[in-house]
Design a protein around this ligand. Structure first.
Ligand SMILES: [Fe+2]
Ligand SMILES: [Fe+2]
Length: 194
């Protein structure tokens, strides 16, 4: 069941960046933000789930859960709808960040564009927190209850293959590097930058 530990660890990384984003947007009421850093954080919370985290959940955990425990179908449907909803919310955040950045120089416009982004970021943090909790408290215990040793061997191997391909840098390495860059660039208490 190393797969579930990996999913939990990925949730913690995502939550750290999402909460860091919310914190920095609040701090931007006092001083102009580092837009490149905010864009990097958005890229992480968009690409990491889309390309790395959700495929593992959808293709392995959720598809297998449907097979092994039919009553979980409604829960899996809801979680997969939330994956699509999350992607839509991130696109809205990206557009709002562009409007905020474009409004620099006009204090009134900047303030309203910043608050629009802040509201979307707060909503996204709440939405994502609920999604992770549902996965960890509802879906993952069902996987633990209904998967057998063969299921776990197959799923653990699939996760390991995704994280450790034979050639070149793995996807995980790329996202780890982006995460470290965010931590280095973000000021305390979010990161270790200035
Ligand atoms: Fe998910
Ligand atoms: Fe997840």
């Amino acid at each position: 069941m190393q797969a579930l530990s990996a999913i939990r660890a990925e949730h913690r990384s995502l939550a750290a960046v999402i909460h860091g984003l919310v914190y920095l947007v609040r701090a931007a009421r006092e001083a102009p933000p580092d837009f490149a850093l905010l864009a990097a954080m958005l890229r992480y919370i968009e690409d990491f789930p889309e390309r790395f985290h959700h495929p593992k959940e959808d293709v392995w955990l959720f598809a297998r859960l449907r097979q092994r425990h039919a009553p979980a179908a409604a829960l899996v449907d809801a979680l997969q709808r939330e994956h699509a909803e999350g992607a839509r919310r991130i696109r809205a955040l990206r557009r709002a960040l562009g409007r905020w950045q474009a409004a620099q120089g006009d204090p009134a416009d900047t303030g309203s564009a910043r608050e629009a982004f802040a509201e979307l970021a707060d909503d996204y943090a709440t939405f994502h927190w609920g999604h992770m909790r549902r996965e960890e408290l509802e879906a993952m215990p069902l996987c633990e209850a209904h998967f057998d040793a063969g299921d776990w061997a197959e799923i653990d191997a699939a996760f390991a293959a995704q994280e450790d391909p034979l050639s070149g840098a793995s996807q995980a390495t790329g996202f780890d590097e982006l995460f470290r860059r965010i931590v280095r660039a973000a000021p305390p208490p979010v990161g270790t930058g200035k």
